[in-house]
Design a binder for this molecule. Sequence first.
Ligand SMILES: Cc1ncc(C[n+]2csc(CCOP(=O)(O)OP(=O)(O)O)c2C)c(N)n1
Ligand SMILES: [Mg+2]
Length: 432
Amino acid sequence: MGESPVRSGKPRGNLPPLELYVPEPKYRPGDKVDYSELDIPEPGELARPDEACAASETWPLTTDMIRVLGDDDKAVGPWNPNLDPESLRRMLRNMALTRAFDDRMYRGQRQGKTSFYMKCTGEEAISVACALALAGDDMVFPSYRQQGILISRGYPLVDMINQIYSNRADRLKGRQLPIMYSARDYGFFTISGNLATQFPQAVGWAMASAIKGDTRIATSFIGEGSSAEGDFHAAMTFAAVYNAPVVLNVVNNQWAISSFSGFAGAERTTFAARAAGYGIAGLRVDGNDALAVYAAMEWAANRARGNLGPTLIEHFTYRAEGHSTSDDPSAYRSAHEREEWPLGDPIMRLRNHLIAIGEWSEDRHADMDRELAEEVKAATKEAEKNGILGHGLHHPFHTMFEDVFEELPWHLDEQAEQAIRERQMKWPEWKE
Ligand SMILES: Cc1ncc(C[n+]2csc(CCOP(=O)(O)OP(=O)(O)O)c2C)c(N)n1
Ligand SMILES: [Mg+2]
């Protein structure tokens, strides 16, 4: 009798040793970038199934890509939402305003007015077009890169900046990381840094909406990196089982800080293709094509509203800048990626389309950009009157203990007293 291979721990000689595959991004700093292998279909080629179709009819779309705007700046095919010029200009303006806001806040962080900021450069079409395709009272469970939704819904820029500065007028009283807005009146759920929690929350909210006999649907946005969390799968199961009125969006911007999308599974299949595994509808869309994004969200929202089931949408895009002000992407990826990105810049593409149909001009665009920069500047000045981060304590110390319980429990009361006492001993010059 030979020795048991289990007990000896020796591999069996006739089999290859097992090994793992560790994904590696194609391009590192300095590398030449070649995206010719990316499968980018011609615009207008994909069929648009009926919103009431069987989920399986959408599955071929999950490994393809819905595109409307072509290289010739024309809008083509059955997914063209045929928006009137006024709506197209509103879309363009909201995208440009989002970018102007990002640019100014980024500079504000560099000037020390706040500790942290996150831009969505290159991804503006996703949040703005989705916001316009949704009803104003549909509930959104966003992540930190959907400021375009809040801006499109008309949330005051001054309130956004007050939050970023954690100042006296910050509605969240300095309790949240800058940019983690919360706007109940705008159907915009509190942004949380706990990634992917947004998905099950959106499904739960959608289920509650249905249980109450309401007509509002829910939607949520997470990054492709976040889709590797267990919460993604729990949300998909509940959405599928109960046919929840929800639209779940994965924003695939290729990167999760310094980890490329391969670590979330992108080398095996598309993110949209996961819809088939749960039996729900799925769409994969050119995320830099505002018209395609609008059309996909409109399709999925109508489907959800008609009790026809949930949809998973993958928005294929590129994070053009760093993850946040704390990040330096030149340390881990090639700068040529942005230049070579084959789907272009979402604002330029919509602008060029409007010009091509005779509804816009380069001059009007330049005027608009100047006007938006002024609008953001004025909002910044207004917010600065309420203080900037780090210039003193903007909210009375005791507020830290408030707003969770209707009546402060005795043990928190004691903690608050102790904290205030100790603080006065340490920093007698601080009054509140
Ligand atoms: C549960 C959880 N894990 C890890 C982190 C740390 N973290 C913050 S942002 C981020 C990257 C997320 O990437 P992705 O989901 O692709 O979104 P993107 O930043 O690209 O928009 C990580 C890992 C976190 N905030 N929460
Ligand atoms: Mg990402």
